[in-house]
Write a protein that binds this ligand. Sequence first.
Ligand code: SF4
Length: 316
Amino acid sequence: MTQIKEVYKLLQKEYGKQGWWPIINNKTLLCEYHKKAPKNKEEQFEIIIGCILAQNTGWYPNVVRAIQQLKLGRVLTKQEQEELRKAEINQNKISRNGKLITKDNILTQNTSWTNVEKALYNLNKAKLLDIKKINKTKESEIASLIKPSGYFNQKANRLKIIAMHLLRRPELLKEDNLREELLKIKGIGPETADSIILYSAEKPSFVIDAYTKRIFSRLGFIDENSKYDEIKAYFENNLEKDVKIFKEYHALIVEHAKRHCKTKPECKGCILRSNCNFASEKQTNQPVKNKVKPPNRSKLRGIPIPSRNKNQKSSL
Ligand code: SF4
């Protein structure tokens, strides 16, 4: 078994199934993890919207609030936001206890949900998260709804552009050269394109983000200066080309980066510690050059390691 597969097994054992990409339930406005492919074109489009809104920001609460407001067709009040926050905390508690989250049980558990309920009952009438509606709606209106996700003017413009492309070419996600086509669209870089291909189009394209780069360069599997496509090739050459594995692996990487491999890593209790160059250097009190040890070439399978160049910028 290659080391990259071993890391996958360890993360899987530690964190369990992730079930990405989360979809926001139209009725409860809470994230749901289907652990399945998107059910229809609406869900596929919601994932595309999420991929764009997640650029340069965290998923929760920024992207979640932006999608909730798009679904609602208006800005959430402070009270509604607070009620949602409580329900989301409650939802996580339920998940941690291993109990099932059903479609309606979140709302009915909480008697102070009247305002949210009122809004949610009207949701299907006001729904803005739809390709045609995004295309017709003024950019400034979209921008005001997606404000929580940051860079809202730029992202509103990108949502209009992608909606226009999908209207012109409804079968775009099925095209063989999808990656090539997505990369031609303004505002879609490799990470967003791969997220759309993997989670919305359900095709095996490994997603590389800053977390992947951080964890695997600390482990010593890749060089911190490796380019996006080199890291992508490294994963794809060492894993079965399987949509489920690619999806789960990326989600597990994000989970691990959030729990342990943070900007300032919390190595104590990390499941990968015994195989990690960064942690072993810290333990032996040796100075860590550039915070990441150069990769062990014998661990790399099939990707060229660029020579270290201080002026070279990351492609991520
Ligand atoms: S041991 Fe520390 S640096 Fe290494 S993967 Fe774990 S948290 Fe990251």
